[in-house]
Design a protein around this ligand. Structure first.
Ligand SMILES: Nc1nc2c(ncn2[C@@H]2O[C@H](COP(=O)(O)OP(=O)(O)OP(=O)(O)O)[C@@H](O)[C@H]2O)c(=O)[nH]1
Length: 307
């Protein structure tokens, strides 16, 4: 083995619910990318960093790529493609408990068509959910994509993030594909995402808990202001967070607020606990619901929301 230090970037792609966030967390060993049982919660490029004596791997968690129906969808896709061509390795997540379908081949094709193509690793995720026979069949189907899609897998690896099976193998093999280079980040740093983005993600995660499946696309969380309250004793800091949950319609506002504000209170409490746990500081959270009609379609509000 060479003793040369390696460093670089990787991201996981795959259909919604393929297990990308869970795998990122398992590799990084800390909750940085937000995992949720609902699809499409990951909208920001949250990075987790693996630092070892021989290498540094920076994981970027990209949003999913979708057939664009709105302006937001089209812009997100541009962000995704730009991210993909900047990384050294793309791990394509193909859940073992589902057959490879048009959604997967669409994604793989998009990766294969990038002008600057990263190295590709196929990951048969959720291996704990299937029998060895089904896994063998799945691995053969993944292998067959090489010819049908005109690409090359550097590795094909079965993995379970939940059962912690082969997670270290995935990390090792991806690191083995990185170019020689120095560490980009100091040791101990697990994410360089600004706290505001993480805070917004945590609020969004709390807000989505227990609401209907169609609502997620219509909720956006914006942190309006965040800062340590002045005049507090040094050993008793308090972080003020002012945030808005932006929805598209008045009816959705009603759902978010709930009967006599009960839902908003619950979401606020859940989000506050999460933010406190993440940042290690007591938090005062001021949460509002705003209606911005058709924000998904409107270029001006998208700019205001930072897309
Ligand atoms: N049994 C099992 N479940 C898993 C595994 N990895 C992820 N899951 C579950 O699958 C669901 C989706 O996982 P995520 O990691 O959020 O998937 P994702 O690909 O990031 O999803 P999006 O953000 O929607 O694109 C969650 O309920 C996870 O708990 C695994 O290895 N085994």
């Amino acid at each position: 083995m060479s003793s040369e230090h390696r460093s670089g970037f990787a991201c996981f792609v795959g259909r919604p619910n393929a297990g990308k966030s869970t795998l990122t967390n398992a590799i990084v060993g800390s909750k940085v990318a937000i995992a949720s049982s609902k699809p499409q919660t990951t909208r920001h490029a949250v990075k987790g960093i693996v630092t070892r004596p021989d290498a540094q791997l920076v994981l970027i968690d990209t949003p999913g790529l979708h057939k664009p129906r709105t302006l937001l969808g089209a812009r997100l896709n541009d962000v995704v493609r730009a991210t993909w061509s900047e990384v050294d390795v793309v791990g394509v997540c193909l859940p073992a408990n589902q057959r490879i379908g048009p959604g997967d081949t669409y994604l793989v094709q998009q990766v294969a068509e990038l002008r600057r193509r990263p190295k590709l690793v196929a990951l048969a995720t959720k291996s704990d959910l299937v029998s060895p026979v089904r896994m063998r069949e799945h691995l053969l189907a993944i292998g067959a994509l090489e010819e049908s899609m005109g690409l090359r897998w550097e590795h094909i690896i079965p993995v379970s993030a939940v059962a912690d099976d082969q997670v270290d193998v995935v990390a090792d093999e991806i690191i083995g594909l990185l170019p020689p280079g120095p560490a980009y980040y100091p040791d101990g740093e697990i994410t360089d995402e600004p706290d505001e983005t993480l805070v917004a993600e945590l609020i969004r995660e709390a807000a989505l808990e227990g609401v209907r499946d169609e609502l997620p696309h219509s909720i956006m969380v914006v942190v309006d202001e965040m800062g340590l309250r002045e005049g507090r004793p040094e050993d008793k800091p308090l972080l003020d967070v002012f945030a808005s949950m932006v929805v598209e319609r008045d009816s959705q506002k009603g759902i978010m607020i709930g009967h006599k504000g009960s839902r908003l209170r619950d979401v606020g409490t859940a989000a506050r606990m999460q933010i406190q746990a993440l940042l290690g500081t007591p938090v005062h959270l001021d949460l509002k619901v705003k209606v911005m009609k058709d924000w998904q379609r409107d270029a001006k509000s998208l700019n205001r929301l930072g897309f």
